[in-house]
Design a protein around this ligand. Structure first.
Ligand code: NI
Length: 157
């Protein structure tokens, strides 16, 4: 499916301290993604698209920093939504899970609709490996959503 790509400009501050030093970058997005984003920022009351993008990028950075902190034994889940009609994708996901079979305790798969599947992987193991598995799943083309939830093992809570 060919999607229209829309390019627009976002102003970024060079640092949190100097909010006035804004840098301008061009971003190209498929129109459906931009339309969804616009409707969300409108309903959340953002004053501009740039402000919404800045917030989204801050959240992305926070999430990355949070993930960088995952160490030691962790338990939790990785939820993946993907398009199983993408050639080779189901196999690629299975291959990754087999690479981390020591970590994975269980998984649940449901067929969401004609094209999409939801899989929840339940793990217990070294956080660094969990993060690695999560990042490999996220990098696959056709994977639409990956959400990692972790907690320390019960004795540490
Ligand atoms: Ni399925």
């Amino acid at each position: 499916m060919v999607q229209n790509v829309i390019t627009f400009y976002v102003y970024f501050s060079a640092g949190e301290i100097m909010e006035h030093e804004l840098m301008r970058i061009g971003v190209s997005l498929p129109d459906n993604l931009l339309n969804k984003f616009d409707s969300i920022i409108e309903s959340r009351g953002y004053s501009s698209r740039s402000e919404g993008i800045r917030d989204a990028i801050r959240n992305y950075i926070t999430q990355y920093e949070w993930m960088s902190d995952i160490r030691g034994r962790r338990v939790g889940t990785i939820t993946v939504i993907y398009d199983h009609t993408k050639r080779g994708l189901s196999n690629a996901i299975a291959d990754i899970q087999h690479d981390y079979s020591d970590l994975i305790k269980s998984s649940v798969h449901i067929h969401l609709d004609h094209d999409n599947c939801l899989e929840v992987v339940i793990f217990d193991g070294e956080g660094e490996l969990v993060k690695e598995m999560d990042e490999r799943l996220m990098a696959l083309k056709g994977v639409k959503y990956v959400k990692l939830n972790t907690a320390p093992p019960a004795e540490k809570i």
